[in-house]
Ligand binder design. Structure first.
Ligand SMILES: [Zn+2]
Length: 72
């Protein structure tokens, strides 16, 4: 996790909220639904691969919540 990002007019500060996980197909870039755990997110691959047997590369994405704060 980053310590944050500074821009000219505000800062982006990571919050203590939970991470969000998603699975993404590397072939067509379609993404599965948001999930609370990586295990739950990656279940989407089972269904996606059934529909697209030639899509064999996937990625587990986890995202950190941020909020903006004015720069002082
Ligand atoms: Zn795909």
């Amino acid at each position: 996790m980053s310590g944050g990002y500074r821009f000219a007019r505000f800062e982006l500060v990571p919050t203590r909220g939970p991470l969000v996980f998603r699975a993404q197909c590397e072939v067509c870039e379609e993404m599965g639904p948001r999930a609370e755990t990586g295990d739950a997110a990656m279940m989407w691959v089972v269904f996606h691969r059934e529909d697209h047997p030639d899509h064999t590369a996937y990625r587990e994405l986890s995202s950190t919540p941020y909020r903006t704060e004015p720069r002082t």
